[in-house]
Design a protein around this ligand. Structure first.
Ligand SMILES: *[C@@H]1O[C@H](CO)[C@@H](O)[C@H](O)[C@H]1NC(C)=O
Ligand SMILES: *[C@@H]1O[C@H](CO)[C@@H](O)[C@H](O)[C@H]1NC(C)=O
Ligand SMILES: *[C@@H]1O[C@H](CO)[C@@H](O)[C@H](O)[C@H]1NC(C)=O
Length: 371
């Protein structure tokens, strides 16, 4: 009953917000240079990085449920440059910034709806609702110029250390690319960005004041993910990618649409999405399992929000999806406030469905409660 009430009021709020315009000059491109020391996984069963067949077979095996565990660690020590789009709020309501982290085969443009207009623009919605946002390209992806070794460098532990350093820079001094300090950080992830958010909450439990995991649960549907056919990006789209072979991407539009979209959405979006798609590295794939571990010391508020028809991480009907999300909260036993919502008629890419404003409003309703 409670949930229905919340739903109606957030829908109303979102309609009001969607009718206003966001001035363009609220957003700018920023670039962070961050010193990073991370302990990556060392994997015994490494594919030959120059052998396309081996790289692809490795990624497909991992995504079909083969568990690959590290046999040790290897230290990565470097300075990385991370690009982002920073948007200021229209009216400042909180001394808070939302850090937005994209999923696999996407980049920061996911958070502005791949250019499909304001209905899908999470950053625009946040600005109208009084929040600053910073949507970043993860290491090795999007507009970042560096393409480090996909297997040994571009792994979850490096991503987590980068977020930790970035958050430190934003919190500790106003001498940072945002030119101001923020005292509160909300981390909003999508899909793999959510898995990494859980990893950050595990390793650095006080970095995040409020954690929002979208397109998330702890039950991955292996059938759906193994239907995705990953191919080296430089082989599939030689005009767009010059990456090492370990940077792979989806080769089939229909499977991509089936995995990421469901219910009610504009049928023109998946085609554009396919032609804009980014990559996933064999190192990111290898370390996937290690991200589904408890974050027992994380004691701040947590919201999990996933599409009811998400073929990767939930499953209809509503009641089954809700039970999956409730169970996923068990990884965060010490979170003071745990809420979860399942969005009807919506697949994995929540921001790219007609329900996007409802998702956005639900997240901001949650953030407003705790900031
Ligand atoms: C690539 O790896 C496959 C599978 O291990 C092997 O059959 C093939 O000979 C290798 N190709 C080259 C050029 O080494
Ligand atoms: C996993 O997804 C497939 C479609 O890709 C679906 O047929 C199957 O029912 C799903 N399994 C579960 C347990 O939800
Ligand atoms: C749980 O959170 C409290 C603060 O709310 C903290 O004192 C305690 O150490 C946390 N538990 C664990 C297992 O870290």
């Amino acid at each position: 009953m409670m949930r229905k009430h919340v739903f109606a009021s957030v829908l109303w709020a979102s309609l009001i917000a969607a009718s206003a315009m966001v001035p363009r000059d609220l957003c700018s491109t920023v670039s962070f240079t961050l010193p990073v020391v991370a302990l990556n996984g060392l994997f015994a069963a490494a594919p030959d990085s120059n052998n396309e067949t081996q790289v692809q077979d490795f990624v497909r095996a991992v995504f079909s449920g083969t568990v690959v565990l590290p046999t040790g660690t290897q230290s990565v020590s470097s300075t990385f440059t991370i690009n982002g789009v920073y948007c200021k709020p229209l009216l400042v309501k909180h001394n808070a910034v939302q850090l937005l982290v994209h999923g696999i085969t996407y980049d920061k443009t996911y958070w502005s709806g791949l250019g499909f207009g304001k209905l899908y623009n999470y950053q625009g919605f946040a600005s109208l609702n009084g929040y600053a946002t910073l949507a970043i390209d993860r290491l090795g992806h999007g507009a970042n110029s560096e393409r480090p070794d996909p297997f040994t460098v571009v792994q979850a532990p490096v991503h987590v250390e980068i977020f930790h350093q970035l958050i430190y820079a934003i919190r500790s001094t106003s001498v940072n690319p945002l030119c101001r300090k923020f005292s509160k950080i909300a981390y909003i992830g999508h899909s793999y960005g959510s898995f990494l958010g859980a990893g950050l909450a595990r390793q650095y439990p006080t970095d995040i004041d409020t954690l929002v995991l979208t397109g998330y649960s702890t039950t991955l549907n292996v059938t759906t993910i193994s239907n995705l056919h990953f191919v080296s990006a430089s082989v599939l789209f030689p005009d767009r990618f010059n990456e090492p072979l370990g940077y792979v991407t989806d080769s089939q539009l229909s499977q991509r649409e089936a995995a990421f979209y469901a219910g009610s959405y504009n049928r023109a979006i998946p085609l554009v999405d396919y032609h804009l798609e980014d990559t996933v590295t064999d190192g990111e794939a290898a370390g996937l399992v290690s991200l589904f571990q408890p974050s027992p010391a994380f004691s701040n508020p947590l919201l999990i929000i996933t599409g009811v028809d998400d073929a990767l991480l939930c499953s209809p009907p509503l009641s089954s999806c809700l039970s999956l999300l409730a169970a996923s909260g068990q990884l965060f036993p010490n979170s003071t406030h745990f809420e979860y919502s399942a969005i009807p008629n919506t697949g994995h890419d929540l921001n790219l469905h007609y329900s996007a404003p409802v998702t956005f409003a639900r997240i901001h309703f949650f953030l407003d409660k705790y900031f």
